[in-house]
Design a protein around this ligand. Structure first.
Ligand code: FMN
Length: 329
């Protein structure tokens, strides 16, 4: 029977499957159920930087001041799970006491560093790591891509300086130069990058011609994009990589590991099925595939298909990618 143990952000994991930030990870009870179902770690439902600075009572007012309005949409799609800053810390503490798997806290941030002291409180509450969820629509027409990225690196550095915990950054796929940015984050101290977050999709109600938002669950069809980016980034960022997006079976998890990811995140497959059973199914399939290949553990195949090792031009990118990457080493 294959050994699924691995590490992510320096944390020991019993297997490489982490449940991503979502309504599933918003309560200690939910997190205990996830541990029971086989999850190796959880990323707690995000708290917003606006929430940290404001009392829950005037959260709507604060978020309405958000330039993008996207924070508001994201929040409204999942409002019942939202907690104020003090309750969020209590929640982390309760989770930490309740389960033995790592609990990774998540902060949605993108615009300022004024809340960074809160990261110390997250650490004191017992979180094992902090994930910065850079979910932000850069709608300020005066800001260049460089300025946006620099602000994000600054936030990561400020958090990293404030805590001894490992800090990982959940990215969106919409950076102009993702290679450069991810590398910059790693050089500035990030212990990991997560590829990728998903924006809520807006839809239109044709009857009353209004715009509405609903949680959009993934399908495995979104997975190849994550796979490709992880494969090409693997050797050029000196930090861990987790894939989030489209992991619905053990096949996707095996592929994530083959391109060099340290862990795979999932949530849609559980939310869609309204069941935690897929966790064990994913792990059983991974284990079965490893046995069929004669891999005793994750280390014996992790990274085998990362882009750098594919020198025949038939990898995830063709030769021009390899050339470009070589030039920035
Ligand atoms: C209902 C819902 C709520 C989510 N809330 C958060 C959140 O608070 N913070 C975050 O970083 N990601 C959030 N996500 C994104 C997921 O963590 C995950 O990155 C994304 O759904 C892709 O993974 P999947 O294909 O397994 O769904 C949410 C996703 C869903 C479906």
């Amino acid at each position: 029977m294959a050994n699924l143990e691995t590490t992510y952000l320096g944390l020991k994991l019993k297997n490489p499957l982490i449940i991503s930030s979502s309504p599933l990870t918003s309560s200690p009870e939910g997190v205990a159920d996830l541990e029971q179902a086989g999850a190796a770690a959880v990323v707690v439902k995000s708290i917003f930087e606006e929430q940290i600075r404001a009392d829950i009572g005037n959260m709507y007012d604060v978020l309405e001041g958000d330039t993008s309005g996207f924070a508001m949409e994201y929040l409204c799609a999942d409002l019942p799970a939202r907690l104020g800053p003090e309750k969020y810390l209590k929640n982390i503490k309760a989770m930490r006491e309740r389960v033995s798997i790592p609990v990774i806290s998540s902060v949605n941030c993108a615009t300022s560093t004024v809340w960074v002291d809160y990261a110390r409180k997250i650490e004191d509450a017992g979180a094992d790591a902090i994930e910065l969820n850079l979910y932000h629509m850069p709608t300020d027409i005066k800001k260049s891509s460089n300025e946006v990225e620099e602000a994000h690196v600054k936030i990561m550095q400020a958090v990293n300086d404030a805590v001894a915990l490992p800090v990982t950054v959940k990215l969106s796929r919409h950076y102009t130069a993702l290679f450069h940015f991810a590398r910059h984050l790693a050089q500035a101290g990030a212990s990991g990058v997560v590829l990728f977050n998903r924006f809520l999709h807006a839809d239109i109600n044709l009857v009353d011609e209004s715009v509405f938002y609903k949680p959009n669950y993934s399908t495995p069809s979104v997975f190849p994009s994550q796979l490709r980016w992880a494969a090409v980034l693997r050797d050029w960022v000196k930090c861990d990589i987790a894939i989030s997006g489209g992991i619905h079976s053990g096949d996707e998890l095996a592929k994530a590991l083959l391109v060099g990811a340290n862990a795979g995140y999932c949530c849609s497959v559980l939310l869609k099925n309204r069941s935690l059973t897929p966790i064990q199914q994913i792990l059983d399939r991974l284990s079965q595939w490893m046995d069929s290949k004669g891999y005793p553990d994750i280390a014996s195949f992790r990274g085998k298909l990362r882009e750098t090792d594919l020198h025949d031009g038939h990898g995830f990118e063709r030769a021009q990618y390899i050339k470009a990457a070589t030039e920035i080493v």
